[in-house]
Design a protein around this ligand. Structure first.
Ligand code: ACO
Length: 429
């Protein structure tokens, strides 16, 4: 006997039996619930998708109450401790960890798609000197679509593979060029001898030396940060990637949309806001006053705290805190860390935050490490977008291959005027 949900409509006294699969009911099964035969039928109202599953997925699992995050079944702690980012990107996209030869092949292909067309470099030059690197990244991603018309072959597996190499390969180059443009420094071309994070550091920080010397501790720390940010199931930007992708737009413009969503301060833009907030607080002794302001509503939100899904410590924040110690051994301690630790200590004891289950999220400590690695706060969200590319692409490909999916098109509950007659200008007001 399959599981079912029995629904009784008090308006009509009619009963309906709706099948339950994987603890969910299909929203479309509610459509049969009507008062009159010509009614549209029952819908669910769920602004911000608080309780709606928009897809079946096999990529990332989160248990927000327990603070669990897994990619393809593997705990994030094990992946961050034992893998490279490129290995994790392969896992997200292919479903299994690569063998040695698969990883070599994957690394070769990603590495050999890192160059961008010279014309892209030219139009990046056209941005104002103080253009935000995320604005540059979003527009450049969209513009890539015009360089790769073959990316419209969405249902050709080989064509998709090529766009995946291109996007994972080129995003660090675009990000680094946006950063160098911001500083007015010449662009540094990719160096194929270096690892994925090592090459990114070289494109960012190389000056006149013939070869950039990568610090292995910082290279590893950046790789760990990349792993932690690679995917997070149906978050705001992944939902945009799927939503734009559902119209069968190419992956470059779909990803521009996803990156735009990431830019917002309530999503990937929060790490930049955390640093602004910590600087504004200024010293440890000012933390209690700041927390009181947040609670009274005068001080805005405590950035880097709270999460739609995690109602426990974000497991990524824990790993970042540990990674920070290793980075600080090389770079020296970032004084903002002491303010952050004090803020966390006070908030986690405060009834306001305890009651609402507000814990540090991934953005709370990531900005502090990024700053120690030498990044200005404007590029923090770009650093998030680089690894999230593999997650967005995995979500996009899963969507395209899912026969349940169609163009995304939510319904609305219309509460506006009923039909009324046009009012000529002289009779208005
Ligand atoms: N500081 C103070 N109060 C908060 C915070 C916060 N950071 N986050 C939530 N609250 C309060 C809300 O005011 C609300 O209180 P109320 O019940 O008295 O009205 C309650 O907690 C629930 O908050 P919601 O906004 O309903 O929770 P939601 O799930 O919609 O929001 C979000 C999640 C957007 C992440 C929120 O916690 C927030 O704004 N945090 C700060 C921004 C941030 O760090 N974003 C990064 C998220 S991680 C990521 O995207 C990578």
């Amino acid at each position: 006997m399959p599981d079912t949900l029995l629904i009784k409509d008090s308006r009509t006294n009619k009963e309906y039996t709706v099948p339950i699969t994987n603890d969910t009911i299909k929203a479309i099964d509610l459509r049969q619930i009507k008062v009159k035969d010509d009614d549209f039928g029952m819908m669910t109202y769920d602004p911000a998708f608080m309780n709606t599953a928009s897809c079946h997925s096999k990529i990332t699992y989160i248990d927000g109450d327990k603070g669990i995050l897994r990619y393809r079944g593997y705990p994030i702690e094990q992946l961050a401790g034992k893998c490279t980012y490129l290995e994790v990107a392969y896992l997200l996209l292919h479903g299994e960890l690569p063998t040695k030869s698969q990883l070599d092949d994957w690394t070769y292909n990603v590495t050999h798609h890192t160059l961008i067309h010279e014309n892209i470099k030219k139009f990046m030059d056209g941005f104002n000197y103080d253009a935000h690197p995320m604005g540059m990244l979003v527009s450049t991603l969209a513009a890539l679509s015009t360089f790769y018309p073959d990316s419209k072959n969405l249902f050709d597996a080989e064509a998709r593979k090529l766009q995946i190499y291109r996007l994972i390969g080129k995003i660090p180059t675009i990000a680094a060029f946006a950063y160098r443009h911001h500083l007015g420094q010449p662009y540094v071309y990719p160096d194929n001898d270096l690892s994925y994070p090592g090459n990114f550091l070289s494109m960012l920080f190389k000056m006149t030396e013939p070869k950039y010397k990568v610090n292995p501790i910082l290279e590893h720390a950046l790789d760990v940060l990349f792993i932690l940010h690679a995917d997070h199931e149906q978050n705001c930007s992944a939902n945009v990637m799927r939503s734009v992708g559902s119209s069968q737009a190419d992956p470059f413009v779909s990803m521009a949309g996803a990156a735009a969503a990431l830019y917002g301060p309530l999503h990937g833009g929060a790490n930049e806001q955390v640093l602004r907030m910590l600087r504004e607080i200024g010293s440890k002794d000012k933390v209690p006053e700041f927390v009181n302001k947040v609670k009274s509503g005068e001080g805005g939100r405590l950035m880097g705290f709270g999460h739609r899904i995690y109602k426990n410590y974000d497991p990524r924040a824990k790993i970042i805190k540990e990674t920070a110690d290793k980075v600080f051994e090389v770079t020296g301690r970032n004084p903002l860390l002491d303010i952050a630790i004090e803020l966390e200590r006070i908030a986690l004891q405060d009834d306001y935050f305890v009651k609402r289950k507000l814990y540090p999220n991934v953005d709370f400590y990531s900005g502090i490490i990024y700053e120690a690695l030498g990044f200005p706060s404007e590029v923090f969200t770009v650093l998030f977008a680089i690894p999230r590319t593999s997650g967005w692409l995995a979500q996009w490909e899963e969507l395209l291959l899912d026969s349940d999916q169609k163009i995304a098109r939510p319904r609305q509950v219309y509460l506006g005027y009923d039909a009324r007659d046009f009012v000529p200008m002289e009779k208005r007001g």
